[in-house]
Design a protein around this ligand. Structure first.
Ligand code: TXA
Ligand code: MG
Length: 325
């Protein structure tokens, strides 16, 4: 019977418990400042295979290595460009992922056969402590089922992966709320493959130029965030337009409280005061919550195309695209 295959998923704050499980080849959910990750010991190929299986993710879609310091990255890359060291000194620990040529220590399972490996230093005290004590990197995609909403709370992980993993290390709400910015180098210039809370403008202040954007897949996507339909709630969704008639069976995810006369319980606000950082932090949590309310549809207001708003809109475009094929 199927339920006999289920494991019991516990939620707790015990770093040592998470470390023991990782060392024993298990995979566990860990908090980061962006979203929760589904971690396995990077040196354990069985654990890596298990991550793909549990997440139901195609093995062609590579995983990010997570380490606790710049020094720990070095053995896993064959080249660490100076410009990346400068950016890392400025932004790490933080929501920035670097694509660099991999060393022989990195399994092809992690990079899906790519010559480059993605590495980042997450800025969450519990996970930094875990990585420090573990002494080895973990490979971790976001801890959601493939194509579904990313988790920003332990309870979101439980909803999707409960019964499939033994432990969720609870680090409370993720501070940033959307996935890391992913960068690489092409023709000696930094390019962005996934937008995140470190914006092109933030990077340009260090680089002296605005990095190019390569966030749409021409052929095979370099990053899963490039897939056209992604980050979608289970409830159908589309963009809100003020010209549309109000639908009492639908939910409305609005940016700020600019229509106080519409104090309907169907309306949720990403940030009542119109703060884009707050909107990013609340995005997935509100979509998770609205998914549970049985709405016939979710109308989402597009955010101002500035700063982190551009990264949020990029996620929203891919979510609404799923229902508007
Ligand atoms: O904020 C984050 O980056 C979160 C937390 C958990 O760290 N992780 C995350 O992982 O968003 P994931 O797997 O959901 O998205 C990572 C993206 C994927 O789109 C993957 O295709 C891309 O990074 N990626 C990873 N390794 C790569 C590689 N070697 N070459 C190209 N793209 C890579
Ligand atoms: Mg993901």
């Amino acid at each position: 019977m199927l339920y006999l295959c289920n494991v019991i998923t516990r939620i707790g704050e015990d770093v040592n418990e998470a470390i023991s499980l990782l060392k024993a080849g298990e995979i566990v959910a860990i908090p980061t400042e962006t979203v929760y990750g589904l971690a396995g010991l990077a040196t354990d190929e069985n654990a890596i295979q298990n991550i793909f299986k549990v997440k139901q993710r195609p093995s062609s879609n590579p995983l990010i290595l997570h380490v606790d310091s710049l020094e720990k990255i070095q053995p896993y890359v064959s080249k660490f460009p100076m410009i990346f060291k400068q950016l890392a000194n400025e932004f790490c620990p933080g929501p920035l992922t670097f694509l660099m040529p991999k060393s022989g220590l990195v399994s092809d399972l992690i990079t899906a056969g790519n010559a480059r490996v993605a590495v980042r230093i997450p800025n969450h005290p519990i996970t930094l402590r875990l990585l420090q004590l573990l002494g080895k990197p973990v490979a971790a995609p976001s801890a959601n089922l493939y194509g579904k909403l990313s988790p920003t709370l332990a309870s979101h992980v439980l909803e999707q992966l409960g019964g499939k993993i033994p432990y969720i290390l609870d680090g409370k709400e993720c501070a940033k709320g959307i996935e890391s910015t992913i960068i690489g180098i092409e023709k000696n210039e930094v390019v962005i493959y996934r937008l995140g809370s470190i914006t092109p403008e933030d990077l340009s202040r260090q680089l002296g130029y605005l990095p190019g954007l390569k966030i749409h897949a021409d052929e095979l996507p370099t990053a899963s965030g490039m897939v056209k339909y992604h980050y979608a709630p289970a409830t159908s969704c589309s963009y809100y337009h003020s010209s549309l008639p109000f639908d009492a069976t639908a939910g409305y995810l609005m940016f700020n409280e600019k229509y106080p006369e519409k104090s309907d319980e169907n309306i949720s606000y990403l940030s009542r005061r119109g703060d884009l950082e707050e909107a990013a932090k609340n995005l997935y949590a509100l979509l998770h919550e609205m998914d549970g309310k049985g709405y016939s549809h979710i109308f989402i207001e597009k955010l101002p195309e500035q700063g982190i708003g551009i990264a949020i809109n990029d996620r929203l475009n891919r979510a609404v695209a799923k229902y508007n094929k």
